[in-house]
Design a protein around this ligand. Structure first.
Ligand SMILES: Cc1cc2nc3c(=O)[nH]c(=O)nc-3n(C[C@H](O)[C@H](O)[C@H](O)COP(=O)(O)O)c2cc1C
Length: 352
């Protein structure tokens, strides 16, 4: 098995094991992806990656982090995505949408303005989370149970639009301190009802959303979930790898096909915990313990390193973020380096 062995997820075949990791571009208006997104995602499809994942895409306006994130809660957004999906397909690549709600991590300014809280005059909104608390200067209110049910409906509506737009797969963003993670981690979730307290109660919102989405999308379409495998917080309340393994098993029973094992999201991760391939052991443990397919993400930057992870069966897909910003042609370059044949767009053949 190599980085360039195809992989099957339900009826979806990826031509290789290289995926472009979701990366917020903070370049949209009204949640509509534009020319930047077409060129950004399209270039990486031209560059040979088997799977392109969109940046986190809000299921409702309140699910945005900043006013420049993308969404898929209306038809204008859906049609704009369709244009990008079609281009990626023309490049013989596949594309998945990362559906998302920021929860308490919303109502923020653009990164160029250091993501400070937005005032009401600037378009800020009331953010809601599993529990009432302060998220770096933005106060979140606790979601009521009817509001939790409404949110599941928003995810399903977004999933319907994603299918309509022609996406090959859907990834739920359940990591990085965003809404699902705000429910399953006891660091944030202090509820006393059926959505808080025990492990089963804290994962309920995610599991129920998965169940609803699974019913809404075609049987043939794979469903992916990105989790934070650990919180990277020293606390008895912190989410652990063992919790992630138990959650992955339950997600698998509910029709999830693939887990991306990321980490953190509530605090900055200390530098000594971040090194090449630092999250690969999470993907490996979840894969080994549950049998679900997994993706490894985090400081994977070299062809040989990526190929070794696949050939050692530590993960099934290599998900690369920043190296794809440095090199949109990472996949083609990796094939050359590993001396493996791969398709090159005919327009560019004279250069490779
Ligand atoms: C500019 C940028 C934007 C990101 N946006 C997202 C996002 O929308 N969704 C997500 O799950 N992760 C996001 N991430 C995290 C990456 O997908 C990835 O998990 C992380 O950068 C580690 O991988 P790397 O070492 O290959 O960059 C982002 C990372 C970067 C650098």
């Amino acid at each position: 098995m190599s980085l360039f062995s195809p992989i099957q997820l339900r009826s979806l075949t990826l031509k290789n094991r290289i995926a472009v990791s979701p990366m917020q571009q903070y370049s949209a208006k009204n949640g509509v992806p534009g020319n930047w997104h077409l060129v950004h995602l399209g270039s990486r499809a031209v560059g040979g990656a088997g799977l392109i994942l969109t940046e986190c895409t809000a299921v409702s306006p309140e699910g945005l982090a900043t006013l420049n994130d993308v969404g898929i809660w209306n038809d204008e957004q859906k049609n704009a995505w369709k244009n990008i999906v079609d281009f990626v397909h023309e490049q013989d690549a596949k594309i998945g949408i990362q559906l998302w709600h920021s929860g308490g991590k919303g109502s923020l300014k653009h990164p160029n303005e250091r993501m400070k809280p937005l005032s009401e005059e600037e378009g800020g909104w009331t953010v809601k989370s599993s529990s009432a608390r302060d998220f770096n200067g933005v106060f979140a209110e606790e979601l009521t149970i009817p509001e939790i049910h409404e949110l599941k409906v928003k995810f399903v509506q977004a999933a319907f639009r994603a299918v309509d737009a022609g996406f090959d797969t859907i990834e739920l963003h359940a990591g990085h301190g965003y809404l699902f993670h705000q429910f399953y981690s006891a660091v944030i979730n202090k509820r006393h009802d059926e959505y808080g307290g025990s492990f089963e109660n804290r994962i309920r919102f995610l599991v129920e959303t998965v169940q609803e989405i699974r019913k809404a999308i075609p049987e043939s379409m794979p469903l992916l979930v990105r989790i934070s495998a650990v919180d990277y917080i020293e606390s008895e309340e912190a989410w652990t790898l063992e919790d992630s393994i138990a959650l992955s098993e339950i997600l698998k029973e509910n029709g999830v096909d693939f887990i991306t094992a990321s980490g953190g999201g509530f605090t900055n991760v200390s530098k000594d915990r971040v090194f090449p391939g630092y999250q690969v052991p999470f993907a490996k443990a979840i894969k080994e313990q549950t049998g679900i397919l997994t993706g490894a993400v985090g400081m994977i930057t070299e062809a040989q390193q990526a190929n070794d992870i696949i050939s050692n069966e530590e993960a099934d897909l290599i998900i690369i973020a920043r190296e794809h910003l440095r090199d949109p042609y990472f996949a083609i370059h990796s094939a050359k380096e590993l001396d493996i044949e791969t398709e090159i767009p005919w327009q560019y053949k004279r250069a490779f």
